[in-house]
Ligand binder design. Sequence first.
Ligand SMILES: Nc1ncnc2c1ncn2[C@@H]1O[C@H](COP(=O)(O)OP(=O)(O)OP(=O)(O)O)[C@@H](O)[C@H]1O
Ligand SMILES: [Mg+2]
Length: 267
Amino acid sequence: MTTSTPHLPGAPIVASGAGLAADATTTRPAERDMAAPRGISIALQDVSKVYPNGRRALSDVDLVVPDGDFVFIVGPSGAGKSTLIKLLIRDELPTSGTVLVAGRDVSRLPRREVPRLRRQVGIVFQDYKLLPYKSVRDNVAFALEVTGTPGRRIGPAVERVLALVGLTAEADQLPSQLSGGEQQRTAIARALVHEPRVVIADEPTGNLDPLISWEIIQLLLRINELGTTVLMATHNAEVVTALRRRVVALEDGRVVRDGIGGYHREY
Ligand SMILES: Nc1ncnc2c1ncn2[C@@H]1O[C@H](COP(=O)(O)OP(=O)(O)OP(=O)(O)O)[C@@H](O)[C@H]1O
Ligand SMILES: [Mg+2]
């Protein structure tokens, strides 16, 4: 397994003095060369997904997300938002079409390359998916341990992301001892610890009250300002309307709108 944290050009999460200290070892030329096309974090071309039971979840979806973009994915329940995200993280394969993430054709990726993809793509879910018997610190460290990061690098990397999400004081707590917002910040720290090029979040505020939801959104915006692409599926109309960012609306598995700002319909 590799020893350095993958980190492609054009999307540095690392900004000096920004909480995640720059590390001279984070970019490896071999990985840089694989990152074609440059400047594009996510590209879906003519993507359709039909589940084995015959249910069509996505139809002819085209979507390009440049490095550094912040994109909301909205749409009614069943529109295909989570399916789109599952294709991006190779949880599901497209029935047809091409899915490029961080320069790799996800559906053609050899199995041995999947861990490398997962290090370039941080994932955040509505239900946090933390390991209940591990502390905040150990949940975040575990993401590095399973990818073979040398022990001496793990401690400093974990402390940096915990500081970034504001959880240094809670590092020894178990998830059950945290509020929902703190659990989600732990999950975000875990998603960031590899310094990914893209963070993908599927309804990250779905279980949180409005005030805490705003805190989580602010954190994702900050992460985006540090250079990481963020793609977030949400039903949170208030947030989407207020922020005036790029909004991609899905209905019945199709992109029905792609533009700046506005939620337009109650999903
Ligand atoms: N594993 C599966 N097998 C069969 N059909 C599925 C599967 N997962 C999702 N679907 C179907 O695909 C369609 C899209 O589902 P998806 O979960 O992507 O919607 P969503 O936009 O995320 O909805 P929500 O807002 O409720 O989370 C739905 O009709 C759903 O029933
Ligand atoms: Mg969903």
